[in-house]
Design a protein around this ligand. Sequence first.
Ligand code: UD1
Length: 339
Amino acid sequence: MKNILITGGCGYLGSHCAVKLIEKGYKVIIVDNLSNSDSSIIDKITKITKSKVIFYKGDIRDNKLVDKIFFQNKVDSIFHFSGLKSISESIKYPIKYYSSNVEGTINLLRAMESHNVNKIIFSSSATVYGNNYKLPWHEELCPLLPNNPYADTKLTIEKILQALSKSKILFKIGILRYFNPAGCHSSGLIGDNLENKNNLFPSILRVIMKRDKYLNIYGNNYDTKDGSGIRDYIHVNDLIEGHLKAFNYINNHDGYHLWNLGMGKGLSVYEIINVFEEKIGKKINTKIKPKREGDIAQFWSSTIKAKRELLWEPEKNIKDMVEDSVYYLQKSYNYKIFN
Ligand code: UD1
């Protein structure tokens, strides 16, 4: 049974990945500074998998802690999820973002080198692509032109990993460029943090829960079919399945490899709202707000490379993402669907 260290394992994606890896027979070690999550997630992972997880609360910029984790556990591979992820916040506080994301990763890689761990799967983002390039965004055709500090931290990390893959140590690196993960685990026990007011799905859930009165619609005059922003939403289960396939691939291929993980089609904010309204049988109140800084009108993924190399294809659709999200509210927040 191999030991996998998951950074950011209490977060939305990290926790789903932990469950999946445990179910596949891996032993999971989590390190998380709980900046956008809380430690109750560990109990939930244990409840779903009926297995123990080793948990370290702390920051991967802490050298001593990271070395301790490697010393105390025979770490085989890393799934690196930790990092900050708000574009607008990164524009306001760039140093915070470079420190958390880039410095944190460098520290992790330093520890990997000194402890002879050479396999890493890294959570990158479609945000690294050039915004004006024609759709769909393809890994090998689309230029890389990040337009905000958050995006730049992701691309910087990709470049560091690429440099490492050419160094004298044999690395096995898988970069996954996510589009917009949504939905949650079928248990309804883990999902996106509802304190996250940035992303669309948790923001809609906050309105359904009556934590917020309105859903802000950031821009209704984009050059899109209904004026709202269009994104490529992908079910978190499919996304995590992509990680397993990427991990399998790097186990059999040395060096540096990268893939988009998206559905390959775009949906507008209004289309998502409609699916939620149908599911809950109620209107979702909205308010039009100005476009967010750094936001763009529309993008979706080319899925050709992941299909070809990983034999990976998403199985769930937008209805599944919405249904699972509402089930999460029912199970984890005691939401009653028809009240
Ligand atoms: C972006 C980044 C992603 C990053 C994420 C974190 C890209 C390619 N993606 O996602 O890497 O991890 O931010 O914040 O740049 N919206 C509303 N009301 C809301 C929330 C969102 O109208 O309350 C709209 C947005 O304007 C956008 C869509 O919903 O059109 C999706 O927004 P969001 O969930 O924040 O994701 P991205 O901005 O695509």
